[in-house]
Write a protein that binds this ligand. Structure first.
Ligand code: CAA
Length: 386
């Protein structure tokens, strides 16, 4: 497998970098303080095609591959991980679901505006009592005599939750069938009985939007089912496989952004009569950061290439997310250490990297879940080859 970037890949990366530096970075520090949602930036990301990067042009998307998507996410996460997660949820967890499993009518009505950035999407799987153990959906969808469903329950930790227009919602429609009874629905903001909670006050990715949602007899027609009835859990899992590549790219962006700041500071700061990057102890830290970020990048490219080639990439996506989120924490911690006391205050920006990195070890499957996914795939591969 080659890791050579094509000219198109490089052009997308450069365009994302220019946009991130010129349009996102100037307000990132302030938004981290105020936790204000980047409404105008999200609009511009839509105009530039970043909100539906992999969606086919016939549905309003940019028609790019997963490698382009990870390159853009890395550049955006380098300056602001909040913008990166808003973008990745809309792309990986919402547009992908509708494009892959939706009907032509659903694509026209929901996917097109989501891909073009006119509307925003959210993915609703987690619940107050259901996180990693996602088969145990307590939200119910009860079939009515007229063929519609009534959705009841609650969802938690929903990225883009208060700002979204369209919500991918998983609910148990046939408890006897356990996870084979889970169905995926499209719910719209404003439907009677659909209640949106308050934005959470978070440690990191502060200007992204996270909230809980309530469903009381929310009536949806059968035309709002995505895929087939009972196919919801499979859809949720396959969606997260792709989503995990996006979160890995976000984690990589956080790490490479922190590393760049550490390198810059190591030239500026003098100790013992020389720039600190003349000291072997600092050189070793920078070298380790470089090895880790480059290794994460290779795992991400590998997963993205396998996805683009239509191969099974479940293990590769989980490996990329597990490793990239781990090294994002390590690199951010070491970047603070290089800065010494200055790294611990907001002005030098590296403390935000550490706060933003932590969530990448939690959402779209915790690191513990990634271990499970990798180990199970390994065992399957062994059984198949023996
Ligand atoms: N890809 C495709 N299918 C998968 C899959 C995967 N990665 N993982 C499991 N499945 C399928 C299995 O093949 C199985 O199918 P069948 O029953 O038809 O054979 C079915 O799903 C159930 O799988 P298991 O028997 O392995 O079930 P389990 O309960 O032992 O394990 C789990 C399931 C892997 C732990 C799963 O629940 C999981 O991934 N949990 C993590 C949930 C998660 O990532 N949540 C993130 C929330 S979204 C979010 O964070 C978004 C955001 O805001 C940014």
């Amino acid at each position: 497998m080659t890791f050579q970037l094509s000219e198109d890949h490089q052009a997308i990366r450069d365009a994302a970098k220019e946009f991130a530096v010129n349009e996102i970075a100037p307000t990132a520090v302030e938004r981290d303080k105020t936790a204000e949602f980047p409404t105008e930036i999200v609009q511009k990301m839509g105009e530039l095609g970043f909100m539906g990067m992999m969606v086919a042009p016939e549905w309003g998307g940019a028609g790019l591959d997963t490698v382009c998507y990870t390159l853009a996410l890395e550049e955006i996460a380098k300056v602001d991980a909040s913008c990166a997660v808003i973008m990745s949820v809309n792309n990986s967890l919402v547009c992908w679901v509708i494009e892959t499993f939706g009907t032509p009518e659903q694509k026209e009505r929901f996917l097109r505006p989501l891909a073009m950035g006119g509307k925003l999407g959210a993915y609703c799987l987690s619940e107050p009592g259901v996180g990693s153990d996602a088969t145990q959906q307590a939200t119910t969808a009860t079939l009515q005599p007229d063929g519609s469903y009534l959705i009841n329950g609650a969802k938690n930790w929903i990225t883009n939750g208060t700002k979204a227009d369209h919500y991918i919602v998983f609910a148990q429609s046939d408890p006897a069938k356990k996870h084979h009874g889970i169905t995926c629905f499209l719910v719209e903001k404003g439907m009677p009985g659909f209640e949106i909670g308050l934005k959470e006050d978070k440690l990191g990715i502060r200007s992204s939007d996270t909230c809980s949602l309530g469903f009381t007899d929310v009536r949806v027609g059968p035309d709002r089912i995505v895929g087939a009835e009972g196919q919801g859990f499979k859809i949720a899992m396959e969606t997260l496989n792709g989503g995990r590549i996006g979160i890995a790219a976000q984690a990589l962006g956080i790490a490479s952004g922190a590393m760049e700041k550490a390198i810059r500071y190591s030239f500026e700061r003098h100790a013992f009569g020389q720039p600190i990057n003349h000291l072997q102890t600092i050189q070793f830290k920078l070298a380790d950061m470089q090895v880790k970020t480059e290794a994460a990048r290779m795992l991400i490219f590998r997963a993205a290439r396998k996805k683009d080639a239509g191969e099974n990439y479940i293990k590769e996506a989980a490996m990329a997310k597990l490793y990239a989120s781990r090294i994002a924490m390590e690199v951010a911690t070491e970047a603070i250490q290089v800065h010494g006391g200055y790294g611990y205050v907001r002005e030098y920006l590296v403390e935000r990297a550490l706060r933003d990195a932590k969530i990448t070890e939690i959402y779209e499957g915790t690191s513990e879940i990634q271990h499970i996914v990798i180990a199970r795939q390994l065992m399957k591969e062994y059984e198949l080859s023996n």
